[in-house]
Ligand binder design. Structure first.
Ligand code: 3HC
Length: 329
């Protein structure tokens, strides 16, 4: 990196920021998106690659809990809707892997990091989907949380990530709506169906609240990610937005949020709520959640079973390249 030696204000010699760093900082300050061909600090590239690849892993692993119910959906219409949603998630993963690849890391390396257990994906997908109400609750809460987290990311400083998320967010709205519709049907159905919806809310509420990451006081990346405008809001700010938005929805459904400390605080205009079980969160993130092993096993099997597709596509691409070369000769 090119560095100029300049007169430091207090006398003596200081190291000025490199010219590239100054241009980068100015772009961030003026909210000009950073593009793949722009100079960027290694640390900026590294944290972007970390976040975008883990986001992509989350989309792909997130297909598993709901995919489990495609063959057991209660009607053809619900089956078709769920198939469309799960296929959308695959597409979200591909957009995000493509955005991450612009940072110089090939997809194979990212896939290997996931399958080896080195890379993270969202904690929320390590919980089991026990009933059909879980499928609706995932759409309602998890995709609802994802929308709150992802809308600001459409304005983040890294161009390819921001642009990938514009399409993702449009589809998330459909995901959240179809989930809410499932839960609403159950909540206003028979007493047994209402009980099924309440049971799902009881199990998915706190893992959804924890999806936004550790409390700001324990977040390793909040400060730098917000300085670089990768994150426009902190974990706790987004978490509060999610709670404020979701509590009235639960009330409209006649469902009870499983938090005895939940209450509306007139003085702040927000809902005060209890403390998540952060030990559970860190255990799940470390790989000790109810479904972590199943999820990675399923991804490893899918990767192995799909080897023939990759080989065929590669052979086809090589054949086409060879033909193009011979035609050009
Ligand atoms: N699950 C797993 N790991 C998590 C986590 C979660 N819910 N929240 C935080 N972590 C990890 C972070 O990755 C980081 O570990 P690392 O350094 O090894 O990467 C560590 O905990 C510290 O957390 P920080 O808050 O400091 O980390 P971030 O600044 O990265 O914030 C985040 C975490 C808010 C999840 C941020 O990464 C983010 O906004 N990511 C993009 C959105 C995303 O990934 N959403 C996941 C769900 S995707 C989804 O819901 C799809 C939908 O279609 C259903």
């Amino acid at each position: 990196m090119y560095t100029q030696l300049v007169e430091a204000p207090e006398g003596g010699i200081g190291e000025a920021r490199s010219a590239e760093q100054a241009i980068f900082d100015d772009k961030i300050d003026r909210s000009i998106t950073i593009e793949p061909s722009d100079w960027m600090p290694d640390a900026y590239r590294k944290t972007l690659l970390r976040q975008i690849s883990q986001h992509a892993h989350s989309e792909i692993v997130g297909m598993l809990p709901e995919g489990n119910w495609i063959s057991r959906a209660p009607s053809l219409e619900r089956k078709l809707i769920l198939m469309a949603k799960v296929q959308d998630e695959a597409g979200h993963g591909l957009y995000l892997y493509s955005a991450a690849e612009t940072l110089g890391t090939p997809r194979d390396e990212m896939t290997e990091a996931l399958l080896s257990g080195r890379a993270k994906y969202s904690s929320i997908f390590n919980y089991p989907t026990l009933t059909w109400a879980d499928v609706g609750t995932i759409g309602w809460l998890v995709d609802g949380a994802a929308i709150i987290n992802q809308i600001p990311l459409t304005r983040c400083s890294y161009g390819p990530y921001a642009r990938a998320l514009v399409r993702v967010c449009k589809e998330e709205s459909f995901h959240q709506r179809q989930g809410f519709d499932i839960v609403s049907t159950l909540a206003h159905g028979s007493p047994e169906q209402h009980a099924m919806a309440q049971d799902a809310l009881n199990r998915w509420w706190w893992p959804s609240v924890m999806m936004f990451g550790p409390p700001d006081s324990e977040s390793q990346h909040n400060e730098t990610s917000m300085r670089w405008k990768i994150k426009l809001f902190s974990n706790d700010d987004l978490r509060q937005k999610f709670v404020d938005q979701t509590v009235p929805q639960a009330e409209a459904l006649g469902l009870t949020i499983p938090d005895p400390d939940l209450r509306y605080d007139e003085s702040t205009g927000h809902y005060a709520f209890g403390t998540p079980d952060w030990q559970e969160f860190y255990d799940v993130v470390k790989g000790n959640g109810p479904c972590n092993r199943d999820r990675l096993r399923a991804r490893r099997e899918a990767y192995d079973d799909g080897a023939w597709v990759r080989d065929a596509a590669l052979a086809h691409a090589e054949k086409r390249a060879a033909r193009a070369t011979s035609d050009a000769a």
